[in-house]
Design a protein around this ligand. Structure first.
Ligand code: LLP
Length: 384
């Protein structure tokens, strides 16, 4: 459910008519609904054990207005860079609710995260583990870690967003996990706290999740037998959302939560989740205006003022987004929309607006051409 509905024939975000918003703030324009963000977050929380940490995956939508909305509800953050970590902190998300994922953490980013005192690092490789140990030791700290394991389970989603099979770069191969845990336990700058798994995104069936979580369950038992104190299970994100009105909706959070509880309850671990799309996708639309209707021999085209620089998903993943109205509202664009925008074709990326009831505010302004050009510079040897 979302809060983009027709009222008197006009599509609205909550109580704000989108045509008025387009006139006031211009197009292309991302519009986010606070009520939908809030609803999605609460539905997910209610589906899970009370002490679970819901760490919103900032890569899905890093707008400060969106992050602050979620922070106020008690959300944590899953970050994959120093930039995302700083954004999460700037939005008021406490460090002890932040987990740091990603295969390419740099030393500077690790140092920053240790200084902040984040909840945990999800370590993805042995070289990363050694680097983190070195940095934490030099700072006189112990870094709380999980190892992200790769369970070799096919998430049955788009190939470009599948991360839990053996041929991907993500996580530590399952069969090596025990030896890397043994290594981790021997390092003075490392404190082993749990296990992490994330198998992909826009997953529309529970089976792949369940297969991965059952493998992880077995691993936790083995690791405990090896003497590790495994108290946390980070089960990643990945639960899919409905993009099409007429398709079979993906399993709802309550079914996902029941499955998770059933598989993991006896371990007594604190559960951590990293939802991104589930919270944000259907909480945002991209508003765009038709500029031309172009008749071709084989097809007719609506030429609109939003381009692939504003929303790259259809070009990159063959993804489907519903479209409403004369003023075009491209639906389900709240996750992996604005964050993946670029200035391709020297087009300033879309501005962003957050709506709450009948209020709205520009939460990301549109760059002017001058500001866009000012990001480049001409080398001295080419100067006139
Ligand atoms: N945790 C980790 C470690 C991740 O890599 C991701 C997403 C998430 C959590 C959040 O997954 P979600 O709950 O949103 O499915 N650009 C693509 C999606 C890439 C997802 C990458 N990882 C798209 O536009 O569909």
């Amino acid at each position: 459910m979302n809060h983009f509905d027709y009222k008197n024939g006009v599509l609205c975000a909550e109580d704000v008519p989108l045509d008025a918003l387009a006139r006031a703030a211009g197009t292309p324009l991302y519009v986010y609904s606070s009520a939908t963000l809030t609803r999605h977050y609460k539905v997910f929380v209610q589906a899970l054990p009370a002490d679970a940490l819901i760490a919103f995956s900032v890569k899905a939508n890093g707008n400060l207005g969106v992050l602050k909305t979620l922070a106020r509800l008690g959300a944590g953050a899953d970050v994959v860079s120093g930039g995302e970590l700083k954004k999460a902190r700037a939005a008021g998300i406490p460090a002890d609710k932040i987990v740091f994922s990603g295969v390419g953490k740099t030393e500077a980013e690790m140092r920053l995260a240790l200084e902040e005192g984040i909840y945990q690092f999800n370590v993805e490789s042995e070289p990363e583990l050694l680097a983190l140990n070195r940095i934490a030791s030099a700072m006189g700290k112990r870094a709380p870690i999980t190892l992200r394991v790769n369970p070799d389970v096919d998430a049955k989603t788009h190939a470009k967003i599948t991360t839990g099979t053996a041929e991907t770069k993500f996580g530590i191969p399952f069969d090596h996990a025990r030896e890397v845990y043994a290594k981790a336990a021997s390092l003075p700058g490392i404190a082993v706290v749990g296990v992490d798994v994330h198998i992909g995104s826009q997953i529309t069936e529970l089976d792949p999740f369940e297969a991965a979580f059952r493998r992880v369950h077995g691993l936790v038992q083995d690791l405990r037998a090896d003497g590790h104190a495994i108290n946390r299970l980070d089960l990643g994100g990945g639960l899919g959302v409905p993009y099409e009105l007429n398709n079979n909706p993906p399993p709802d959070p309550s079914a996902y939560g029941a499955m998770v509880t059933n598989v993991t309850r006896d371990l007594g671990c604190r559960l951590i989740f990293e939802p991104g799309r589930l919270i944000a996708a259907n909480a945002g639309v991209l508003l765009s205006e038709v500029i031309y209707v172009k008749h071709g021999d084989a097809k007719n085209f609506l030429i609109i003022d939003a381009g692939m620089n504003d929303l790259i998903r259809p070009a990159l993943y063959d993804s489907h987004h519903e479209i409403h109205g004369d003023l075009v509202a491209i639906m389900s664009a709240g996750a992996y929309g604005a964050v993946m925008a670029s200035a391709y074709n020297a087009r300033p990326p879309a501005a962003e607006v957050l709506v709450a009831g009948d209020e709205w505010s520009v939460v990301r302004s549109r760059l002017t051409h001058d500001e866009l050009i000012a990001q480049d510079s001409i080398p001295a040897w080419l100067a006139d």
